[in-house]
Write a protein that binds this ligand. Sequence first.
Ligand SMILES: [Ca+2]
Ligand SMILES: [Ca+2]
Length: 230
Amino acid sequence: MQPKGKEAEHFTAQSGIIVNDRATARAGKRLGEVDHNDWVAYGPVDLRNVGSVTLGVTNGGLGGTIELRSGSPTGTLIGAATIGSTGGWDNLVSPTVTLTNRPAGTTTLYAKFVNAAQVGGTPDLLSLDWLRFNGAGVKQEPGGTLTLVANAASGTAPLTTTLTATATAPSGQSITDYAWDFGDNSAITHGATLRSTAHSYPRKGTFTARVTTTYTSGETRSLNLTITVN
Ligand SMILES: [Ca+2]
Ligand SMILES: [Ca+2]
């Protein structure tokens, strides 16, 4: 089984793509030379109970659409995200794409990059840094509860927001860690009692903020919240 978090550069096949070293990229690498109709593939993946995929992407170029397809580069379209300018190649956004028409079993997931307005292969469309598969997957979530709110969840740049989690552990356990991922490649912050934290988003974009609680058993529970900066 594939892990829920996936570096974009850990593809199993590609067309027209290279891997670039970039200090600001997660795991130090991301996709390069991303042009119209290029694609990367990840497989095998089991998308049962995976309701959405979050895409970590930057765009200092032309922009375009990331099409998620199953089975082949021209297979069933199961989700798409259109990426506008993020103001530079080091500015990451993290939209979450809801999946539809998911295959019933294991498949190869293709991410195809599309912008028919690109002329002569320049400039690049965008750079994909990572993907995250959201949902319980084939493994059951542990017990406990988790809710997440932001004050505010949207606003104009620069936006400073306060994220607050309300969580309970399964019976007989306790919460040992809250981990906060702001969806912009800034450092994840942790704390055993860090139920609430503030974060600033200096630029416009769509970001998926995420909190993960860890229980004494070592099991975790996560929840996403979209932050929209206009
Ligand atoms: Ca290319
Ligand atoms: Ca990466």
